[in-house]
Write a protein that binds this ligand. Structure first.
Ligand code: ZN
Length: 219
C-alpha cells in the first residue's frame, strides 16, 4: 500500500463512480475519476469500464509522468488531463470528468456558463468557462484546459463534457453536481425568456465571497 488512505480511496472512487453513473452524468464507459494518493502517485479509474460497476481492485496507480505503477487494467485515456490538474494545482486532491447532459449541451452549443445568474454558484465556482475543443485522448485536450486550470475548479470542454476538481473527491464530485444543476437553471431561465444577469457590481461582490475562502471550501 502506497498511502494509509489508499484502501479508503479505492472504495470512495467506486462509490462516487456509482453516483456519477446513477445520476446519468455518464453513459456506457464514459467518464473518469482520480485521487492524488501522495506527492507523486495518483489513483485513477481504468479505461473501458462502466463507472457504476467498478470494484476497488479495478483501479490503477500511476505517477505524475503517467507511468503505471500498479493495477492489471489500463488507466483512463484521459489521464493526461488529470495529471495536468495535479501538476498545476498542488492543493488539488481529486479530479472528476463526466458528460452531464445539460452542461454538456451548453458545451456542445459552444456556450460557457459564465453568466452571473445564481449567487451560490458564482460564490462556489466563480465563472464556469468553456475550453476550446481538443480531441479526447490526445494532447489537444490538456492543451485547451491549461490556461483555465489555475483559476477554475469547473470547466466545460467544447463538444465533449465537464471536468471538475477539489481538495477532496467529494468536493470534486459536488462541483460536478453544481455545474449540472446550474446548467439546468440557466436553461430554464433562457426558456422563460427573462434571463436577467446581475449587474457587474453585484456579480463582483459574489465573486469576492469566493476569493475570500480557500479553494474547495465554499458554501
Ligand atoms: Zn469525456
Amino acid at each position: 500500500m502506497t498511502h494509509v488512505n489508499e484502501s479508503c480511496m479505492r472504495q470512495e472512487i467506486c462509490r462516487i463512480g456509482q453516483m456519477v453513473h446513477s445520476r446519468g452524468y455518464v453513459a456506457g464507459t464514459d467518464g473518469n475519476i482520480s485521487v492524488r494518493l501522495s506527492q507523486d502517485l495518483v489513483l485513477c479509474t481504468p479505461t473501458s469500464l462502466c463507472k457504476g460497476m467498478m470494484e476497488p481492485d479495478d483501479l490503477v496507480i500511476v505517477d505524475l509522468e503517467g507511468r503505471q505503477r500498479n493495477g492489471a487494467r489500463h488507466p483512463s485515456s484521459e489521464l493526461a488531463m488529470h495529471l495536468l490538474f495535479y501538476s498545476m494545482r498542488p492543493e488539488i486532491r481529486a479530479v472528476v470528468h463526466a458528460h452531464p447532459p445539460t452542461a454538456t449541451g451548453f458545451a456542445a452549443a459552444g456556450m460557457s456558463l459564465e453568466e452571473a445568474l445564481v449567487a451560490e454558484v458564482v460564490t462556489a465556482l466563480g465563472k464556469i468557462p468553456l475550453a476550446h475543443y481538443g480531441m479526447p485522448g490526445t494532447h489537444e485536450l490538456p492543451d485547451a484546459l491549461r490556461p483555465l486550470i489555475p483559476s477554475h475548479d469547473a470547466i466545460l470542454m467544447a463538444h465533449h463534457g465537464v471536468v471538475t476538481c477539489g481538495h477532496n473527491l467529494l468536493r470534486a464530485y459536488m462541483n460536478m453536481e453544481c455545474v449540472e444543476h446550474y446548467a439546468r437553471v440557466a436553461l430554464v431561465a433562457r426558456q422563460l425568456g427573462r434571463t436577467r444577469f446581475r449587474r457587474r457590481k453585484s456579480a463582483a461582490s459574489w465573486r469576492r465571497g469566493r476569493t475570500m475562502r480557500p479553494t474547495g471550501r465554499y458554501l
